[in-house]
Design a protein around this ligand. Structure first.
Ligand SMILES: [Zn+2]
Length: 266
């Protein structure tokens, strides 16, 4: 079985596109197998139905070249760190076997975002417990990336091959911090991926196209572009590159060769 190298977990469809989509695309371009797990399906959005957002999420997944995209059935606006929800995430972690997991930062304005962080972290831990049985948990619905996945010989298509029976604990957890004003511990350059990343966000047409309904809540495309671009340029500047996405790791950095440490000091 071919596991994912990187899995990004987020509360809502379009979160990943805003916080770490450029990084996911860059890693896919390097040949890594990437995936996205959306905990909810966007039924609380002001505009469009959950079905609209599923189609949009699949399109965004195609643009970001992810090998797998799934969605859980946790209610939108009510992401809670319950045992039941944890088991659902555990099942995905075991089925997809990522080495690196990207979670939202653990503080923020939206309760779904910070709760997704804690829920994701605790699920990563629980997924490694040999005696934990998650086979009764509802599986994620696959919404995108299956075409890419099917190109990989021998890979199960429905993500239900072992119902998450094999324990798996990711090696690394990093936090995407773009939604919160906190100093990142590192940034990933996305200068070459920025355009595609922006297009993946614009794939959510019901949310981001210029239209009347809910106009006060959602700025017009031009405004979003300006905001998204200035954020990318700001974090790029911190890393001495043009555009970047910010991340935080709890662990210290390990250095082997002082002459290879990137980012100029003065
Ligand atoms: Zn969100």
């Amino acid at each position: 079985m071919t596991s994912l190298d990187i899995l990004a977990i987020a509360a809502h469809r379009d979160d990943v596109e805003q916080t770490c989509g450029g990084t996911l695309l860059k890693m896919a371009q390097r040949g890594y197998r990437t995936g996205i797990l959306d905990l909810t399906r966007g039924e609380m959005g002001t505009r469009g139905t959950a079905q609209d957002r599923e189609r949009e999420a699949a399109e965004a997944a195609r643009i970001l070249q992810v090998a797998w995209r799934g969605a859980l059935d946790i209610p939108d606006g009510r992401v809670e760190n319950t045992w039941e929800n944890k088991l659902k995430v555990v099942r995905v972690l075991r089925e997809q076997g990522p080495r690196v997991v990207i979670l939202p930062y653990w503080r923020g304005r939206h309760p779904d975002h910070y709760t997704a962080s804690t829920l994701g972290y605790e699920a990563c831990f629980a997924a490694g417990l040999a005696k934990l049985d998650c086979s009764a948990a509802a599986p994620a619905a696959v919404v995108g990336g299956v075409e890419l996945a099917s190109l990989t010989a021998g890979r199960p298509q429905d993500g239900q091959h072992d119902a998450g029976a094999t324990p798996h604990r990711p090696f690394k957890i990093i936090y995407a911090t773009l939604y919160y004003d906190v100093r990142p511990t590192f940034v990933v350059e996305i200068t070459d991926q920025f355009e595609a990343r922006f297009q993946s966000l614009m794939a959510y047409k019901t949310q981001f196209s210029d239209q009347e309904a809910g106009k006060d809540l959602f700025p017009a495309q031009k405004e979003i572009r300006a905001r998204v671009e200035s954020m990318a340029r700001f974090y790029g500047m911190l890393g001495g590159v043009e555009m970047a996405e910010p991340f935080l790791q709890k662990e210290v950095g390990l250095v082997d060769d002082l002459l290879m440490v990137p980012v100029k000091s003065i």
